[in-house]
Design a protein around this ligand. Structure first.
Ligand SMILES: NC(=O)C1=CN([C@@H]2O[C@H](COP(=O)(O)OP(=O)(O)OC[C@H]3O[C@@H](n4cnc5c(N)ncnc54)[C@H](OP(=O)(O)O)[C@@H]3O)[C@@H](O)[C@H]2O)C=CC1
Ligand SMILES: O=C1O[C@H](COP(=O)(O)O)[C@@H](O)[C@H](O)[C@H]1O
Length: 501
């Protein structure tokens, strides 16, 4: 384990941000893979106040010592060697405690009240469990008098599987916590470049003045995953890519691209603008469903040169499943700013690369004077890369150099790569940022109830349409960019998916 100066030199976080964190589902996949590493990083970076305590809750038998050992093993495995230092690890592990609890029964919740007794810190309840049990947990916490009027709750996505179920879950949480103390996670909102999108759009007049249908011809949002189902077949098959990724992450990205400038950076000012976008999203009616949406499911193929199974051959698979692992669609935000500008969205599992990027295609000049053969390349693009290699590039056109080239155009990037532009700063994981905002009690990176519900309303009409049409998903080989029809969907508009990966 390498020794680093980070922990020695960093002051511990602002005492006003100290919390008691009750982490429900502490032995689960999300907690182990994302939450504990993120909490450790906050501690190591000096952002976790000294008195902050963390209680892990799950139903397996453990005591504090065996739980700490388990978390320690996970951290050793997940952290890079230059991120580990003995002092930070020891300090972080010492904050951890464990409570064995069956979340569905009120018995045992008294122990949480006992743990909290006399604590001056607000309690943050993090629900890293399936959404069906959120209501029970909130009510049992209330019944056991473990909460006070500063307690906050953090809930994971997806909240429900349609509008109706999300209303039920939100109602149940809302009976215990007011909206101002509910933090609905969409981890894409914690990604560094997503934050930068807000800065880019609203701090730079260069873009602010161009951000509308007069200057932008179309927008692409791609969230491609290289992985398949990773042992989550049961969960995923009920959800599918539309509910798992579009309803939340892709629609949130679309909102941040399409929203009007908020009057300030307050949570509600931003959320009000996002809601307006969700309300203005065109539904898919009539022919549009067949023409503008493509559902896909991967079959066996290759990933990194290795043969990988198809979706229906994965562990636990039901071979009859028609669940989509890929969706591509063309939609529109029907308002003054965006009328007539297509938003092409695509997301899928088992794509060739892990790639999340937004491409804003600007319109061509009204009058063109260069080589007619080059007309196709003659427009600017703004490429906002979320992962991997976070960065922003503006593709501009210059003259190709050389005596023999005449006035040939050459597209080239003005590139801001965050890793090389700011080499000293580690790019934090989305969960670090989100947990920090919860500790501070700031909600602007979290999703308000009406956003979730408008997003479901829009997805529900799409899902209903699919049910009525009852057509199977199109097959695509693992390791490809999705069904051929998703390429045809955009080429029929005389465009193509941006491919400079
Ligand atoms: N994993 C991921 O990458 C992502 C997850 N999410 C969301 O995060 C949440 C957690 O997901 P994930 O970590 O994958 O889920 P897991 O099933 O891996 O973890 C859930 C944890 O909660 C425990 N648990 C469940 N029910 C009870 C109960 N009644 N009493 C006591 N303990 C219980 C489980 O214990 P046991 O093992 O004994 O059942 C387990 O420790 C979900 O809402 C999911 O949708 C969101 C985005 C990504
Ligand atoms: O919410 C989810 O997101 C992940 C993808 O997240 P990323 O940060 O790795 O892009 C996805 O794999 C998972 O199915 C989904 O539930």
């Amino acid at each position: 384990m390498s020794q680093s100066n980070a922990s020695q030199s960093a002051p511990l976080g602002d005492p006003n941000h100290a919390i008691d964190l009750a982490l429900f589902g502490a032995l689960g996949d999300l907690a182990m893979r994302k939450l504990f590493p993120a909490l450790y990083h906050l501690d190591r970076e000096g952002l976790m106040p000294e008195s902050t305590r963390i209680m892990g809750l799950a139903r397996q038998e453990h005591d504090a010592a065996s739980f700490r050992k388990m978390v320690n093993e996970v951290l050793q495995k997940r952290l890079k060697s230059n991120e580990q230092d003995q002092q930070s690890l020891e300090r972080f592990l010492a904050r951890l405690d464990y409570l064995k609890l069956d979340f569905s029964s009120v018995d045992g919740y008294d122990a949480i009240r006992q743990w909290r007794k006399g604590s001056p810190r607000p309690m943050v309840v993090y629900l890293s469990v399936g959404a069906r049990i959120y209501g029970d947990i909130c009510h049992h916490l209330q019944a056991s008098k473990s909460l006070d009027n500063e307690s906050r709750v953090v809930v994971e996505k997806p909240i429900g599987s349609d509008l109706h179920s999300s209303i039920e879950i939100n109602d149940a949480i809302g009976e215990v916590f007011p909206e101002s103390r509910i933090y609905r996670i969409d981890h894409y909102l914690g990604k560094e470049t997503v934050q930068n999108l807000i800065a880019l759009r609203f701090a730079n007049p260069l873009f602010g003045t161009q951000w509308n249908q007069n200057n932008i011809s179309h927008v692409e949002i791609t969230v491609a995953e290289k992985v398949g189902i990773e042992g989550r077949w049961g969960y995923f098959d009920e959800a599918g890519q539309l509910r798992d990724m579009v309803q939340n992450h892709l629609l949130q990205l679309l909102c941040l691209i399409a929203m009007d400038p908020p009057s300030n950076l307050d949570a509600d000012a931003i959320r009000d603008e996002k809601v307006k976008v969700l309300k203005a999203l065109k539904p898919f009616v009539g022919e549009a469903l067949g023409r503008d949406v493509v559902r896909g499911q991967y079959i066996a193929g290759n990933s990194d040169g290795q043969a990988v199974p198809g979706y229906l051959e994965e562990e636990d698979a039901n071979i009859q499943s028609q669940t989509e692992t890929f969706v591509a669609m063309k939609t529109e935000v029907a308002n003054w700013r965006w009328a007539g500008v297509p938003f092409y969205l695509r997301t899928g599992k088992r794509m060739p690369e892990k790639l999340s990027q937004i491409v804003i295609h600007f319109r061509q000049q009204p009058h063109y004077i260069f080589d007619p053969d080059q007309r196709g390349i003659a427009s600017n693009k703004l490429i906002i890369r979320l992962q991997p290699e976070e960065g922003i590039a503006l593709q501009v056109l210059t003259k190709d150099s050389g005596l023999d080239k005449g006035m040939r155009l050459r597209p080239g990037p003005l590139h801001l790569d965050f890793n090389s532009a700011f080499p000293k700063s580690r790019i934090p994981d989305a969960y670090e940022r989100l947990l920090l905002e919860v500790m501070k009690g700031q909600q602007y990176l979290f999703v308000r109830r009406d956003e979730i519900e408008h997003a479901w309303r829009w997805c529900d009409q799409l899902i209903d349409g699919w049910k009525k049409r009852d057509t199977p998903p199109r097959r695509y080989p693992a390791g490809s960019w999705g069904p051929v029809a998703s390429i045809a969907m955009i080429t029929q508009d005389g465009r193509s998916w941006y491919e400079d990966y």
